[in-house]
Design a protein around this ligand. Structure first.
Ligand SMILES: Cc1cc2nc3c(=O)[nH]c(=O)nc-3n(C[C@H](O)[C@H](O)[C@H](O)COP(=O)(O)OP(=O)(O)OC[C@H]3O[C@@H](n4cnc5c(N)ncnc54)[C@H](O)[C@@H]3O)c2cc1C
Length: 670
């Protein structure tokens, strides 16, 4: 009989766990509090926005059948950066309309807009140029970063480049143990730089994109995300950013649930998990409230996919005794920020941009996506009153700073929030005579119902990674043998509260269950963040320095590279001279004396090519990798040097003198 699993929380973490478990033969039940699946990634319908059909003269109000669908609203718009792997892999295995997958509902954006009050918005491509005219456009756009539009001084730009370079070339140990303890604001030296620099690199891309305060956010987290986005930009013809081609639940979550239910997953909506019951160090069951009655449900394994602030209300002393690390959930549960969506429905589709807009100096840290252009299969005339042509979906990421109306969003009424967000958008987009957003086009708006202005409460805040909190965050596999965690706050490679992290956490939880249950099903695949081979020499060198307790410094690698460049230039001359010597040599020993370093060859080989702990071997291999990437002649030199060292160890003494072919040098072990 198949093992049973109870998953509580039906957001991306819970759905992902159910997906992987059901495909591996487990019998899964999910308990979700709300009446809509998807958690913070859900889209919703905006109540009573479609006209109702009355019967004859009887007015049925909201009971009448709608003639169209209610307008599509959402908790916050969805953004799928190119570096996401886990969630995309799951989406690719989720069927959509027969032969397709929901991953095919992702569409590329082509640009990102950076807007400042009263200045011309700057558009940068999210796809690397693939031809010369596109390259010229990019260069001119980048030039605008320094010009009057954004006004970042070139020296600030260069300084930021150096900071990013340091992250890119630091080893993972340094990133985790040093940068995790430094705030992003300090790391990028924002305090000493221009206001434009602070707005763009400090606040704009931190607060607006991931709701984190630059002064409190960990450099490891923000640096990793920046570098992933930058790597994506370096891949020609691939967009760094994707969005869905329709409302999230229509084109992703609902088809996902249909698939899971088809596989036998029981997904209960309106089911609140009230407590976790322990017995002798293991979970005995969970108390679930459904239709006003509470009952205990039991299974072989339990996966908690609850958000951290809810989990903190459920962790008990007994659980902490069984796994002391769970006590960290209490302090961590305060590390949340408000981030919520508001949508504006227009009778015209505004020409805002084909991607994200980041409103760099908007006091409420706004970002937006104009969605209708991406919803190619969605007939908007079938929604609302039939006249909607544009949907601008906005995320508000700063609820503390006073707006243009003098009030922080947290203290505003719903109507005040609507007015203020609209005003901040217009100040950013309606500039230099352009009327991108017009009041008369605004037909409707919807603010997520999580926001309760009366109580000044937000039912679903977002977890943020603050400085030096990685060590506090729990792993997906807890010390309680039948309890696993599958939420965005768990330690993951992704290391940022996102759908990608929730999915990765779920995979880790499922792998824990597979291991504990002795299942022979294949484990779920995990991906680390992309670390380009090209920079491995720097990382290897930094690893050596880190282990010696030295600070980051890339001088040695720069010198090494200069040497490589010199080697590259001098390859022909060097080879010619070696060929000369070798051809005139009468004995192997003569050749060997030419190359002998004083240390025995086998010792040298051993030292240079032994395991990963050997710094110089690591460095040499890394150079070979780099050479392989940057220049084929240099590669042949580096590779033949490595091959020579390896074969020198294998070959017995007294072999024939080496054969020498032009452009290729072989050495022989004595
Ligand atoms: C406005 C906004 C925009 C965002 N945009 C993006 C984006 O573009 N890209 C991206 O990758 N990430 C984005 N994120 C982050 C992302 O949405 C979350 O990190 C991710 O969805 C978290 O998934 P989760 O399953 O861990 O948690 P959740 O989504 O919070 O799911 C937890 C589930 O548990 C349920 N629950 C709560 N209490 C109980 C209970 N007692 N019993 C049973 N069920 C319960 C909740 O209803 C919910 O469904 C955004 C977040 C916000 C707030």
């Amino acid at each position: 009989m198949s093992k049973t699993v109870i998953v509580f929380g039906g957001g991306i973490g819970g759905l992902s766990a159910a997906h992987e478990l059901s495909e591996r033969g487990f019998s899964v039940r999910v308990f979700e509090l709300r009446d809509v699946p998807g958690g913070k990634a859900r889209s919703v319908v905006v109540p009573s926005t479609a006209p109702r059909q009355n019967v004859g003269t009887v007015h049925l109000g909201s009971l009448a059948a709608p003639t169209r669908r209610d307008l599509p609203g959402e908790h916050g718009f969805r953004f799928f950066p190119r570096f996401y792997k886990h969630i995309i892999d799951t989406m690719a295995r989720t069927p959509y309309r027969g032969s397709r997958s929901v991953a095919e509902n992702l569409v590329n954006t082509t640009d990102a807009t950076f807007a400042l009050f009263g200045r011309r918005p700057l558009k940068l491509p999210t796809i690397t140029p693939s031809n010369v005219p596109e390259l010229f456009t990019l260069v001119s756009d980048l030039g605008s970063l320094f010009g009057p539009d954004l006004g970042i001084p070139p020296e600030d730009f260069a300084f930021f480049g150096e900071r990013i370079w340091q992250i890119l070339t630091s080893c993972s140990e340094r990133r985790l143990n040093e940068y995790e303890k430094i705030g992003w604001w300090d790391f990028i030296g924002a305090e000493q730089r221009s206001e434009a620099y602070q707005k763009f690199f400090g606040i704009g891309l931190t607060r607006s994109l991931v709701a984190a305060r630059a002064k409190l956010a960990s450099t490891k987290t923000i640096g990793d995300i920046y570098t992933q986005l930058a790597f994506n930009l370096s891949e020609p013809e691939i967009s760094t950013d994707r969005v869905l081609n329709g409302p999230t639940n229509d084109v992703w979550i609902d088809p996902w649930l249909t698939y899971l239910r088809g596989r036998g997953v029981e997904y209960h909506l309106n089911a609140r998990v009230r407590s976790i019951e322990m017995d002798g160090g293991v979970v005995r069951g969970v108390m679930v409230e459904q239709e006003r009655s509470v009952r205990e449900v039991t299974a072989d394994y339990y996966v908690s996919a609850l958000p951290i602030e809810v989990m903190a209300t459920i962790v008990t002393d007994q659980m902490v005794r069984a796994d002391p690390g769970l006590a960290n959930i209490f302090p961590l549960s305060h590390n949340t920020e408000w981030m919520n969506g508001i949508q504006f429905y227009l009778d015209d589709d505004p020409p805002i941009g084909r991607g994200h807009q980041i409103y760099l100096d908007s006091p409420w840290a706004l970002t937006s996506v104009s969605q209708a252009q991406f919803w190619t299969d969605v007939d908007l005339s079938r929604f609302g009153d039939g006249n909607i042509r544009g949907v601008v979906s906005v995320d508000i990421s700063d609820w503390e700073t006073r707006g243009l109306n003098g009030k922080p969003a947290r203290k505003c009424t719903r109507r005040e929030i609507r007015d203020e967000v609209w005003d901040q958008l217009k100040r950013s987009l309606n500039v230099q005579g352009a009327d991108v957003l017009e009041d008369e086009d605004l037909v409707h708006w919807y603010l997520d119902l999580d926001i309760d202005p009366l109580l000044r409460a937000n039912a679903e805040p977002l977890f943020v990674n603050l400085i030096d909190t990685w060590r506090l965050r729990p792993r997906a596999v807890t010390a309680i043998p039948n309890l696993f965690l599958a939420s965005d706050y768990v330690q993951t490679f992704t290391d940022l509260a996102t759908m990608e992290a929730a999915n990765e956490a779920a995979r880790r939880a499922v792998n824990g269950i597979l291991e504990h249950s002795g299942s022979d099903a294949p484990p779920c695949q995990l991906w680390n963040l992309h670390e380009p081979e090209l920079l491995e020499p720097w990382r290897a060198s930094d690893r050596v320095r880190y282990r010696q307790g030295l600070p980051w410094d890339d001088t040695a690698v720069r010198l090494g590279l200069s040497a490589l460049a010199a080697l590259y230039r001098g390859t022909s001359a060097l080879e010619a001279s070696i060929v000369n010597v070798v051809s005139s040599a009468m004995h192997v020993e003569d050749v060997l004396s030419y190359i002998r370093t004083g240390e025995s060859r086998s010792e040298l080989v051993q030292r240079l090519t032994s395991g990963p702990g050997a710094p110089s071997g690591e460095l040499l291999r890394a150079f070979a990798t780099l050479a392989g990437t940057v220049a084929s002649p240099a590669e042949s030199v580096a590779t033949s040097a490595l091959e020579a060292l390896a074969s020198a160890e294998r070959n017995p003494p007294n072999v024939e003198p080496p054969g020498v072919t032009t452009g290729n040098v072989r050495f022989v072990e004595p």
